[in-house]
Design a binder for this molecule. Structure first.
Ligand code: PHE
Length: 355
């Protein structure tokens, strides 16, 4: 005979099925894990809806209890499973959203990295250094804060000598100054050799003069000095060396000429011009109509300079020259204003990368 269930069984079954429906619906519409957690507590928790149903089992007979018990377990399992599935879905969705938000467009072109390059002045100085070191010169350097002795006196420019006016000087004290030329490095190097030749150096470096800055003047600029002292050095050696230099820097078709000049530390003294590249010697605005452009000062080392440095001027002769790399660079690359070298406008500097 069929077992006749107590009325209460049907009520509880119905309630359990309601719980299932409700729970699955809420799980379905949950948008985050927090809501899922709340659903779990509300339906499956210690004080949750299912527990509530099980409390009502007291009224049931011994045979009826497992029926409700089993159903309750089954529904609990179904809800748990639905919660798990939904949780995984939400996690998956969150991950996908994060991936989408953080997506990198690998097809976007990168930001180009600007490659730096040596300063034009640095390049010209290096080019001159390379040429002279290839001819056996070594590079010597000296201090920018110099003594009156090395900057002037040792170069045959005693105190109160009128030629000091050629170089407006930044004095620091009576005896200390910012060097006005690289020539003191000659004097320093000669002394180190203690009267023993040969001495063959070039000296690049910064120099300072009390000039008002304009397109062709700067209170700080650079010079390169050359000095060759040995037995039997003659003016023709100077001329030949300068000729090689001019052709190397400005082209084989350049001619040079030496004009008499004056420097206290050389005798005789000359200034060297190169033929104007623009007009080939015809005369134009760059060479101011003369066909020639002044490049550097030079001469045979004055015997006083040799003697003061401890060299026997009967045994040793020498030549020296001094030039401004800015001027060389301006002529070679058509730079119109010396201030471009120091203001470091990247647009100016970039033009000379790779030249
Ligand atoms: N020191 C000189 C100047 O600054 C240039 C120079 C150097 C001339 C060496 C002759 C010999 O004007």
């Amino acid at each position: 005979m069929d077992y006749i269930y107590h009325e209460e069984v049907y009520k509880l079954k119905e309630r359990l099925n309601e719980i299932k429906e409700e729970a699955l619906e809420q799980i379905q519409s949950a948008v985050d894990e927090k809501t899922l957690q709340d659903v779990r507590v509300y339906f499956l928790g210690k004080k949750g809806q299912i527990t509530e149903v099980l409390k009502g089992m007291g009224k049931l007979s011994k045979e009826e209890r497992p029926v409700i018990g089993q159903l309750a377990n089954q529904i609990r399992d179904e809800i748990s499973e639905a919660l798990e599935t939904k949780k995984t879905k939400l996690e998956q969705a969150a991950l996908e959203q994060q991936l989408e938000e953080e997506a990198v467009d690998v097809t976007l072109p990168g930001r180009p990295v600007q490659a730096g390059g040596p300063h034009l002045l640095r390049k010209v100085i290096r080019e001159i250094e390379d040429l002279f070191t290839s001819m056996g010169y070594s590079v010597a350097e000296g201090p920018e804060v110099e003594t009156d002795f090395y900057n002037f006196e040792s170069l045959n420019l005693p105190k109160n000598h009128p030629a000091r006016d050629m170089q407006d000087t930044f004095f620091i004290t009576k005896e200390l100054l910012m060097r006005t030329q690289t020539s003191p490095v000659q004097a320093r190097t000669l002394r180190k050799h203690e009267g023993q030749g040969p001495v063959k150096i070039i000296c690049p470096g910064k120099v300072y003069r009390r000039d008002t800055d304009d397109a062709t003047h700067s209170h700080q600029f650079t010079q390169i000095e050359g000095l060759y002292v040995d037995e039997n050095i003659r003016m023709s050696d100077l001329k030949g060396t300068l000729n090689v230099f001019a052709k190397h820097m400005f082209g084989e078709d350049r001619a040079i000429r030496l004009r008499p000049s004056f420097f206290p530390f050389t005798e005789p003294s000359v200034e060297m011009d190169i033929s104007c590249k623009i007009c080939q010697g015809e005369g134009c605005s760059v060479c101011k109509g003369s066909g020639w452009i002044e490049i550097l000062g030079a001469g045979m080392v004055h015997p006083n300079v040799l003697e003061m440095a401890g060299f026997d001027s009967n045994q040793y002769k020498g030549f020296a020259f001094g030039m401004g790399p800015e001027r060389i660079a301006m002529l070679k690359y058509g730079v119109e204003d010396i201030r471009h070298f120091y203001t470091n406008d990247i647009r100016f500097l970039k033009q000379f990368h790779g030249v």
